[in-house]
Design a binder for this molecule. Structure first.
Ligand SMILES: Nc1nc2c(ncn2[C@@H]2O[C@H](COP(=O)(O)OP(=O)(O)OP(=O)(O)O)[C@@H](O)[C@H]2O)c(=O)[nH]1
Ligand SMILES: [Mg+2]
Ligand SMILES: [Zn+2]
Length: 330
């Protein structure tokens, strides 16, 4: 039996969604195709993967979703100006990154922000440790500097026993975890290992640049034997941190917003990201650095205004240490 909320009506959990086609799982682990009632279809809050819903069975095995049950957490990301809902009721976010081509501390930081913002707890998973054994210690250290108590797990697919032990420590019967990270880092590989069956296809990365092939194309939630739920997701192209800062920033800093369109990353924070057009303009003397300082102050204030106290403390510590790290570099 799964840990479902009890309701008057039958309760189910969304394990897959593609446009208006849903799949749900019942407490007895039976899986059904599902659709939304008209009222839900036109509402603001569309059910997403991980949501608990109530409704009715019809036609023997089809499920009509009539209500969305309250969410404990909501994982979102921003894509350009838009906020996208990734999944609901996530308790643990496995921020997955490979030790080789994909390694980026700033990307991990962005994922950690997404996870904290959602109300879930992050765990950093450093994969493919076998590929660059000489780099392992240095990379673990780099991550430890920004992790702040967030656990860091290191995995290699040649040691499934260790992977199971490490990941299952975070996969209790009340957990709903999700793998996030770039394509090809080994998310589906990890899922298959902890589930001890070939649930998801995996594919070798491209030989020339080591980039993934976007093998997984949709999110899918699986229940493990112990009752933990685990979502595999496609590699995300960019990690946008959704926030209400965008509008305010656009209004007050048209010069920076204009330049930002030329930054390499569309979620560039204009701090030390490579290919940052705002930093380049400052270096070239065409933008007064004070503009950027003011811009950062504004975005930080808005961020704080929307954070809870735990997040504010975490953000302050991160900022303090970020500064120290920069000092050391100079
Ligand atoms: N050497 C090595 N290869 C690994 C490891 N983990 C996964 N791989 C390989 O990396 C490739 C990509 O793995 P996937 O699990 O498909 O990656 P993914 O993150 O699910 O990729 P998308 O579905 O595209 O987002 C496969 O060929 C895996 O066998 C590891 O620890 N070491
Ligand atoms: Mg995959
Ligand atoms: Zn930038």
């Amino acid at each position: 039996m799964l840990n479902f909320p009890t309701e008057q009506q039958p309760t189910a959990r969304i394990i897959f969604q593609s446009h208006d086609h849903y799949q749900v799982i019942f407490n007895d682990r039976s899986v059904h195709q599902a659709t939304l009632t008209g009222r839900l279809q036109i509402g603001d809050d569309l059910p997403v993967i991980g949501d608990f819903v109530s409704g009715q069975l019809y036609d023997q095995d089809k499920f009509l979703i009539t209500a969305l049950l309250p969410r404990q957490t909501l994982l979102t990301r921003s894509s350009g100006q838009q906020k996208q809902v990734v999944a609901a009721n996530i308790t643990t976010v496995f921020v997955t990154m490979s030790l080789n081509a994909d390694f980026s501390v700033s990307r991990v930081e962005r994922y950690l922000t997404l996870a904290w913002d959602s109300g879930a707890s992050p765990v950093i998973v450093l994969t493919k440790a076998d590929l660059e054994p000489d780099l392992l210690a240095a990379r673990q250290l780099e991550l430890a500097e920004i992790a702040f108590g967030v656990p860091i797990i290191t995995t290699t697919n040649t040691d499934p026993t260790a992977i199971k032990a490490e990941l299952l420590a975070y996969l209790t019967p009340t957990t709903t975890a999700i793998f996030v990270g770039s394509s090809g880092v080994g998310k589906s590989t990890l899922l298959n290992i902890v589930a001890m069956q070939q649930l998801q296809a995996t594919k070798a990365s491209r030989a020339n640049d080591g980039k993934g092939r976007h093998t997984t194309t949709a999110r899918h939630l699986y229940y493990l034997a112990n009752g933990a739920a685990l979502i595999d997701s496609p590699g995300l192209r960019g990690v946008g941190v959704a926030s209400s800062t965008t509008t305010a920033a656009t209004q007050n800093f048209p010069d920076i917003t204009e330049l930002a369109r030329l930054c390499r990353f569309n979620d560039c924070q204009h701090r030390s990201e490579p290919g940052c057009a705002v930093q380049a303009a400052i270096t070239a003397g065409s933008l007064n650095p004070k503009r950027l300082t003011d811009y950062h102050r504004l975005t930080r204030e808005i961020e704080y205004a929307t954070m809870n106290s735990r997040q504010i403390t975490a953000a302050k510590i991160k900022r303090m240490v970020g500064n120290k790290k920069n000092l050391r570099r100079h």
